[in-house]
Write a protein that binds this ligand. Structure first.
Ligand code: COA
Length: 258
């Protein structure tokens, strides 16, 4: 990828890890960083990886949000462009053709929380703090928080978080269903390694198909979603992994997926 001072893309063993590297600003996302992040996600997709991990550099922050110093003097057209850029990135995490995982290692506020919400899975370190804090700045979430948070947690929890801008710790975020698991800070990397190793051993096309079908459940009505599932399910028949998975079962051996 083109050199970026603030975004690191590392691809190892078919796993992409993107680190926002702006620790002196708690990994807040200015335009340059967002554009580099957009490029890094596209490159990870091009590399056909089996999982994508998003995390933040340093000990304190995942991503402390959109860059407030940049936003403070924007007018509506510029704010619209900034929102579109953030939305585009969130959507590319959501529709990434392999599972995306937010490794939340500290503050995840505003746009940082929203990018975590756009990932398939969220693993939080014990020191993580979450918040849709935009209301404190006189605005509302602008990178999908008003839409994705109520789909993930119960409606009242979403309303309270967005209306009051509460900052909640990892335990509460887990209790509300915002994160799948909480681990000790020094265990975060190894837990992510375990999860990505498990994903890398799964049948790749079935994992991608499962993700797409689950995404559809948020986008269409039940009937259309059920039809979509049938197409995805039947489309996997005849693939190497379907033949291999079922042959392995009937012959009582471990499958070897592509
Ligand atoms: N945008 C721009 N800069 C940010 C930022 C953001 N979202 N979050 C933190 N920073 C910068 C601070 O301005 C400071 O820069 P400076 O050293 O040049 O002054 C640096 O990061 C460290 O932050 P600081 O506030 O001094 O650290 P802290 O430990 O006292 O507080 C937070 C940490 C996360 C609680 C606090 O920075 C914060 O509330 N940030 C804003 C979070 C937010 O509202 N995000 C949503 C944006 S839509």
């Amino acid at each position: 990828m083109p050199e970026s001072d603030t975004v690191i893309l590392d691809i190892d063993d078919e796993i992409a890890t993107i680190t926002i590297d702006r620790p002196d600003k708690l990994n807040a996302l200015n335009v340059e960083t967002l554009e580099a992040l957009q490029t890094a996600i596209a490159e990870a997709e091009e590399a056909d990886v089996r999982a994508l991990v998003l995390t933040g550099a340093g000990e304190e922050a995942f991503i402390a949000g959109a860059d407030i110093s940049y936003m403070k003097d924007l007018g509506t057209p510029e704010a619209q462009a900034y929102a579109e850029l953030g939305h585009d990135i969130a959507r590319s995490l959501e529709t990434f053709p392999a599972p995306s995982i937010a490794a939340v290692n500290g503050y995840a506020f505003g746009g940082g929380c929203e990018l975590a919400l756009a990932c398939d899975l969220r693993v939080a370190a014990e020191n993580a703090v979450f918040g849709q804090t935009e209301i404190d700045l006189g605005i509302v979430p602008g990178w999908g928080g008003t839409q994705r948070l109520p789909r993930l947690v119960n409606d009242e929890v979403a309303r309270r978080l967005i209306l009051f801008g509460d900052r909640i710790d990892a335990t509460d975020a887990h209790e509300y269903g915002m994160v799948g698991e909480v681990v000790a800070h020094d265990q975060l990397d190894s837990r992510i390694d375990d999860l990505t190793a498990d994903l890398a051993a799964q049948p790749k096309f079935a994992v991608a198909a499962a993700k797409e079908a689950i995404n559809q459940s948020h986008e269409t009505g039940l009937e259309a979603g059920l039809e979509y599932e049938q197409r995805v399910f039947s489309g996997l028949f005849g693939t190497h992994d379907q033949r291999e998975g079922m042959d392995a079962f009937v012959n009582k051996r471990d499958p070897e997926f592509e």
